[in-house]
Write a protein that binds this ligand. Structure first.
Ligand code: UGA
Length: 429
C-alpha cells in the first residue's frame, strides 16, 4: 500500500519506518525544512534504540520518503495517518490546533478513495471534528473515510512495541475503512479491537491513566512501607504475582514523567469534568505523583540536614532509561527544588544532557557517573540506565565527601550498599 504519516515524532516516525519495512511505500510529511533534510540523510531527531538503522535502511530502499509537501503524497495514498503532537494547554486540555490544521491540509489534497486515521492522542469527540473538516475541505470527487487508531508504543522500546503490540485498536464507522486498516496491520500478529471512534479514543486515555494509577499506587505502597518498616519491593512482587493484578508498571520511583502519562491523566480529568463527572481518583493519582517527586527532596533534606551549599550528584536525567527525552522528567522538578534550597548540582546522563541543558540551568554536567559523584555530599539516582547498575562503588565512595545515596530507582541492594559504607535510602525500603 501507499501510506502517509503527517508528523515525525515518536509515533509518526517509528510507525512509518515499521510499515515501510513491511514493504509499503510510506511518505512522512513534516513542516520544518531542516528536520526533513536531516531525516532524508537518516539523521533522526531523538534517541531511540534501532530507529536510526531502520530509517536509513528504508530510506535507502526508497520505501520511506520524507517531504514537506502534501502533494503528491496524500493524493497517492490509500491511508493517511495524523501523528502530530497534542500538547497540554494551560487549562490541562489537549491542544488540538495542529491536528485540526493538518486535517484541513489533508482534506484539500485528497484524490479518489482514502482512509484518514488519527494516531495522535485526542479527547473523545475530536474525531468527529476531524471528520467534519475532512468532509468540508475535500475536493468534490474525492471520497474519504475516517478512523481512530491509537498508538501504545513506549519510548525506549518503540520498535518492538510496534511490531509486537498487545492489541491493535481500530475505531471507525466504515466497513471499507476497517477492512483496509485490518489489511495494513496483517503482518503484525496481535488481537484486534474493532470498534467506533469514541471507544477507540477512550481506550487510549483509559490505558495510560490506568498505568499511571498503577505507578502512583506502587509509590503510595512504597511510602507506607517506609513508615511501617515493610519492604515495598516484596509487597509489590507479592501482589503482582496475582494474575488479576500483574507485575508490570508496579516499580516505585520518583514518579511517572514523559510526554504521555502526565498529559493524558490531566486530559482525562478534564474530559470527565467537561462531562460533569469529577474523576477524583485520577486527581489523587496526580497528587501522589507530585508527592513522589517531592519525597526525593524530603529524603535529601533528612540525609543532609541543611542542603544549602551541599554538593549533590544526580545520576540520570531522562524520564526513563533508553531515551534522551526530558519532557516532564522528575529530574526537572527535583533539581529545581534542590537548587531552591541552595544545593549545588552536578549531573550525568548517558543521552539526555544536551536536551537537559536547555531546561536545567546552573547544573555542572559531567562526562560520567564517577565525575558527577566526585566531591559530592550525596548522590541521587533518578533514571534506571543499565550503566548505573554495575558502577564501582568503592571508588565512588572514596571520591565523595560523604558516602550517601538516594536510589530513586531501587537499582542496588540496600545491605550491600551499607556494607560498602554508604548511607543508603531506596524507595519503599
Ligand atoms: C507510555 C505508555 O506506556 C505507552 O503504552 C503509550 O503509547 C505512551 O505512553 C504514549 O501514550 O505515547 P512512555 O511514556 O514512552 O509510554 O513510557 P513508559 O515506559 O510508560 O514510562 C512512563 C513513566 O512511568 C516513566 O517516567 C517511567 O519511569 C515511569 N514508570 C513506569 C514508573 O515509575 N514505574 C513503572 O513501573 C513503570
Amino acid at each position: 500500500m501507499t501510506i502517509t504519516f503527517v508528523g515525525h515524532g515518536y509515533v509518526g516516525l517509528v510507525t512509518a519506518a515499521v510499515f515501510a519495512d513491511f514493504g509499503n511505500t510510506v511518505y512522512v510529511i513534516g513542516h520544518t525544512k531542516e528536520k526533513i533534510e536531516n531525516l532524508k540523510r537518516g539523521v533522526i531527531p531523538m534517541y531511540e534504540p534501532g530507529l536510526e538503522e531502520l530509517v536509513k535502511k528504508n530510506v535507502k530502499s526508497k520505501r520511506l520518503i520524507f517531504t514537506l509537501d502534501y502533494n503528491p503524497s496524500i493524493s497517492q495514498s490509500d491511508i493517511v495517518f495524523i501523528a502530530v503532537g497534542t500538547p497540554t494547554t494551560k487549562t490541562g486540555d489537549a491542544d488540538l490546533s495542529m491536528v485540526l490544521d493538518v486535517a484541513k491540509k489533508i482534506g484539500q489534497n485528497l484524490e479518489g478513495y482514502t482512509v484518514v486515521a488519527t494516531k495522535s492522542t485526542v479527547p473523545a469527540g475530536t474525531n468527529k471534528k476531524i471528520k467534519r473538516i475532512l468532509e468540508e475541505s475535500r475536493p468534490q470527487d474525492a471520497e474519504v473515510d475516517y478512523a481512530s487508531i491509537p498508538e501504545f508504543l513506549r519510548e525506549g522500546s518503540a520498535i518492538s512495541d510496534t511490531t509486537n503490540p498487545d492489541r491493535i485498536v481500530i475505531g471507525t464507522e466504515s466497513k471499507k475503512a476497517q477492512e483496509l486498516l485490518v489489511k495494513l496491520h496483517e503482518p503484525i500478529n496481535a488481537p484486534l479491537v474493532l470498534t467506533n471512534f469514541e471507544t477507540a479514543e477512550l481506550i487510549k486515555y483509559a490505558a495510560n491513566a490506568f498505568l499511571a494509577l498503577k505507578i502512583s499506587y506502587a509509590n503510595a505502597i512504597a511510602k507506607l512501607s517506609e513508615l511501617i518498616g515493610a519492604d515495598a519491593l516484596k509487597v509489590l512482587e507479592g501482589i503482582g504475582m496475582d494474575k488479576r493484578i500483574g507485575n508490570m508498571f508496579l516499580s516505585p520511583g520518583p514518579g511517572y514523567g514523559g510526554s504521555c502519562f502526565p498529559k493524558d491523566v490531566k486530559a482525562l480529568i478534564s474530559i470527565a469534568k467537561d462531562n460533569d463527572y469529577p474523576f477524583s481518583l485520577l486527581e489523587e493519582v496526580e497528587n501522589i505523583n507530585n508527592q513522589s517527586r517531592r519525597d526525593i527532596v524530603r529524603k535529601a533534606r533528612k540525609m543532609l540536614g541543611d542542603i544549602r551549599d551541599k554538593k549533590i550528584g544526580i545520576l540520570g536525567l531522562a524520564f526513563k532509561a533508553n531515551t534522551d527525552d526530558m519532557r516532564d522528567a522528575p529530574a526537572i522538578d527535583i533539581i529545581n527544588l534542590l537548587q531552591n534550597d541552595g544545593a549545588k548540582i552536578s549531573a550525568y546522563d548517558p543521552k539526555s544532557m544536551d536536551v537537559a541543558a536547555t531546561v536545567l540551568k546552573n547544573v555542572d554536567y559531567k562526562k560520567n557517573a564517577y565525575e558527577a559523584a566526585e566531591g559530592a555530599d550525596l548522590i541521587i539516582v533518578l533514571t534506571e540506565w543499565n550503566e548505573f547498575k554495575e558502577l564501582d562503588f568503592s571508588s565512588i565512595k572514596n571520591s565523595m565527601r560523604t558516602p550517601k545515596i538516594i536510589d530513586g530507582r531501587n537499582l542496588y541492594d540496600p545491605s550491600e550498599m551499607s556494607d560498602l559504607g554508604f548511607t543508603y535510602q531506596g524507595i519503599g525500603r
